[in-house]
Design a protein. Structure first.
Length: 250
């Protein structure tokens, strides 16, 4: 069974940093499990954080602009071809981890067969891994335009400001129907000695569950390209037990 985690939020909220934190924690807790990092953000920041400039994307397959590393096998159906093409664009990070970049997603309103074929192929790819972590573009709707999967944990990132919390409530509204059956909650990121009493008041008219808070890491403002933060990882570990995720390696 694949555990699927989606990190959502506005650009600049810290999605890639939190995605990397979840990845490093899961890698530490479950060193023999397979992990797929799914970069669904238009900036491809997750791939960049591993010092990768990945140009071959799922959109490239859809648009016919993908440059293949090998010759295209003969006699394939269109569905088989897309499944093979996804394999071609996977990038291996280590023995247990791969990364794939989606870039632009087609609308589900498009009735062209390739929309369903890509969805089916992505589902099959995802099911091969023990964990899949999605670094999303704003909300779950954009991810759902690419692949329709059940999400075990959907995190909305927000900064400790009124404007950011209001936006988080909008993201929650857009994402709720795509997170049915899973856990959907908010993480307050970049907390820097603020009085946080106003957060509960601001969220009182929503059903958003506050999963945890993460302190501000000054080192991330110094051009930390790899987005790795021990401060963030330690904070996530403190509330990991509250999350709809495996708690120990069995």
């Amino acid at each position: 069974m694949t555990i699927k985690i989606a990190i959502t939020g506005k650009s600049g909220s810290g999605k890639t940093t939190i995605t990397k934190a979840f990845y490093n924690i899961i890698l530490e807790m479950f060193p023999t499990k397979s992990i797929l990092l799914f970069d669904n953000d238009l900036s491809s920041e997750l791939a960049h954080s591993f010092d990768l400039d990945i140009r071959n994307t799922i959109y490239g397959i859809r648009s016919g602009k993908h440059e293949y590393k090998t010759g295209i096998p003969q006699g394939m159906t269109k569905q088989e071809y897309i499944e093979w093409a996804l394999e071609d664009i996977l990038v291996q990070l280590n023995d247990n981890t791969d990364i794939i970049v989606s870039w632009l997603s087609g609308s589900k309103d498009c009735r062209c067969p390739i929309t369903e074929q890509i969805n089916n192929s992505c589902q099959k790819l995802i099911e091969r891994y023990d964990f899949v972590i999605f670094d999303c573009e704003f909300d779950l709707k954009y991810l759902n335009q690419l692949v329709d999967v059940d999400i075990d944990l959907a995190v909305i990132l927000a900064n400790p400001t009124i404007d950011s919390l209001k936006l988080a409530k909008r993201i929650n509204e857009y994402s709720m129907k795509y997170a049915v059956g899973g856990q959907l909650g908010i993480i307050i990121n970049k907390v820097n000695n603020q009085d946080l009493n106003f957060i509960n008041q601001e969220l009182s008219d929503s059903d958003l569950d506050i999963l945890g808070t993460i302190p501000y890491d000054n080192n991330l403002t110094l051009g930390n390209v790899d987005r790795k933060s021990l401060i963030v990882e330690d904070a996530v570990k403190q509330f990991y037990y509250r999350l709809n995720l495996p708690q120990e390696n069995k």
